[in-house]
Ligand binder design. Structure first.
Ligand SMILES: *Cc1c(COP(=O)(O)O)cnc(C)c1O
Length: 237
């Protein structure tokens, strides 16, 4: 159950976020607000549809599977946004419409294999480790174009753009530097005009920096805490 109080809190947060996105845009492009729904219940997630949210993203395969049946799938487009083990692709291939976190060729090959098996073409984003942090997933920036070409050669995938999780910066200007770097990589791949790609998505920006991200050119922002409040991991696992 989700209380009226909780509903109005989520509704209020969302209306502020939608407003802030509009204000941060410096053109008339469409920006997708993707709700990052880890640790949230299906009831909370389904409520988002009533507040104008069209896209949701899960970052763990098991959690996605656990919630899948209870999620109102007719009302949402679901993306996978977390790091993905090759042997788990088979569980999500027919459940999500985009995998945002493709960062290596063996993962792309497995997505290709599973996609062909299901007679579908999976939209994917190339995840780039724009800060070069060892702890983070993502392809190194100077290998991004090469991996994009390799992905494009696989018929079961269609490359739609780039995604990144930059290092956490207190300084907005520093953060924007990372954002401009991912935009540069996006532009390099786009201008290479690789066949079988349709480069139209830039996914970066989370609760703390989605406005800066939008002002730098993001058209998917992935927001969790900003919509729902702080996560409580103690209830899970
Ligand atoms: C959780 C998550 C987000 C959103 O993080 P918040 O700080 O809660 O907005 C964005 N992207 C990915 C990949 C995530 O796992």
């Amino acid at each position: 159950m989700i209380s009226e109080e909780r509903k109005s809190e989520i509704r209020k947060n969302l209306s502020e976020i939608f407003d802030n996105i509009e204000k941060a845009k410096c053109d008339d492009r469409k920006v997708v607000l993707l709700a990052a729904t880890k640790t949230r219940t299906p009831e909370e997630i389904n409520f988002l549809a009533e507040c104008g949210v069209t896209h949701i993203g899960e970052n763990k395969v098991q959690e996605l599977m656990d919630k899948y049946d209870a999620i109102d799938k007719d009302r949402f487009t679901m993306h996978f946004i977390g790091s993905l083990q090759t042997n788990k692709v088979k569980y999500i291939i027919d459940k999500v419409s985009m995998i945002e976190s493709v960062d290596r060729f063996d993962l792309a090959k497995e997505i290709n294999k599973q996609a062909l098996k299901h007679d579908l073409v999976m939209d994917v984003l190339l995840e780039v480790n724009v800060g070069g942090e060892e702890s983070k997933s993502g392809v190194e920036p100077d290998k991004a174009l090469e991996l994009a070409r390799e992905i494009a050669a696989l018929p079961g995938l269609r490359l739609r753009g780039v995604m990144t999780i930059p290092p956490i910066c207190v300084d907005v200007e520093k953060q924007k530097e990372y954002f401009r770097r991912i935009v540069g990589i996006f532009n390099d791949i786009s201008s290479a005009e690789i066949e079988n790609t349709k480069m139209d998505y830039l996914s970066f920006g989370m609760s703390g920096d989605y406005e800066a991200a939008v002002s730098c050119g993001a058209n998917i922002v992935r927001v969790g805490t900003g919509i729902f409040g702080a996560r409580d991991y103690s209830k899970k696992n």
